[in-house]
Ligand binder design. Structure first.
Ligand code: CP
Ligand code: NVA
Length: 305
């Protein structure tokens, strides 16, 4: 049984296979209109979502499958019944489980009792479906991901972790620029460095924006992630120098900008940049659907080597 909890469990070849299938589905959707016929997927969310909820639901529909959405009340694993019973019951009815959870351990626990693939649609540590969509979007503009320099600017979080790990596997140069006290998790950094040693990727962390001159792509995310109730206003002073704005694009020479969204306009990114010519942000949101469809097809059909 193959799950998708973190991209670190996947090889370079497997990730490239997923990205290629996603591009193929995007280019020829009609060919895949019945690819999940008769299959059902449960998507359950302990946290809010727009993109993930909608892209899984509509994406599954476009493949001829059926999606069942469980909200935080009905998806409250470990409250009404154990994660074990939740996973075992769902496995008797559906062909895959997509779960957005607070604690990564909940996903690990699910994989012990699920007999169908479990797909992480965001947890405290990772956001693998997002990273796949991000590298797919970059690949639409760059033939060779090993020649790309991607800079992540902002809070070191789940999105940063998945970008670093996936880039490290794919051979991409990834620099995370985070203010002091908001750095990338030390253990994740170690894991990314170990993967980079194999692929030839360069993984760097810094708190200085002077270190990302000449980058190709700049990526940012919210300064306060879901589950952390710190008001944005409270972290503004620390993060404002790291805002992704036109001056930063001019300084670094970056030609493309990504943001996983939801975005806080005029905080981590200006509207000028978000709506400007460098922005690939809506392509990135669209690509969530194509790449998740590639994941579902691959895992449900056990077509992964
Ligand atoms: N990027 C992302 O996962 O968006 P949602 O939280 O809206 O699903
Ligand atoms: N880092 C953000 C990503 C949202 C898609 C969060 O976890 O809230």
């Amino acid at each position: 049984m193959q799950h998708l909890l973190s991209m670190k469990d996947y090889s370079k070849e497997q990730i490239e296979q997923l990205l290629a299938l996603a591009m193929e589905i995007k280019a020829h959707p009609a060919k895949y209109a019945e690819a999940l016929k008769g299959k059902s997927v449960v998507t359950l969310f302990e946290k809010p979502s727009l993109r993930t909820r909608v892209t899984f639901d509509i994406g599954i529909n476009k493949l001829g499958g059926h999606a069942v959405y469980l909200d935080s009340q009905n998806g409250a694993m470990g409250k009404r019944e154990t994660v074990q019973d939740f996973a075992a019951n769902l496995s008797r009815w559906c062909d895959a489980i997509v779960a957005r959870v607070f604690d990564h351990q909940t996903l690990v626990e699910m994989t012990k009792y699920a007999t169908v693939p479990v797909i992480n649609s965001l947890c405290n540590l990772y956001h693998p479906c997002q990273a796949l969509a991000d590298y797919m979007t970059i690949a639409e503009h760059h033939d060779d991901l090993s020649k790309v320099h991607l800079a992540y600017v902002g809070d070191g979080n789940n999105v940063t972790n998945s970008l670093l790990l996936t880039g490290a596997i794919l051979g991409t140069t990834v620099t995370a620029v985070c203010p002091r006290g908001h750095n990338v998790d030390a253990q994740i950094l170690k894991e990314a460095e170990a993967l980079a040693a194999v692929s030839g990727a360069k993984i760097r962390v810094t708190d200085s924006l002077d270190d990302i001159e000449g980058v190709d792509v700049i990526y940012t995310d919210t300064w306060v992630s879901m589950g952390d109730n710190t008001p944005l206003e409270q972290v503004k002073a620390v993060f404002m120098p790291y805002q992704v704005n036109q001056a930063l694009l001019d300084k670094t020479g970056a030609k493309q900008v990504l943001h996983c969204q939801p975005a806080h306009r005029e905080w981590e990114i200006t509207s000028e940049v978000m709506d400007g010519p460098a922005s690939l942000i809506l392509d990135q949101a669209e690509n969530r659907m194509h790449v998740q469809n590639a994941v579902l097809l691959t895992l449900i059909n056990r077509d992964i080597h």
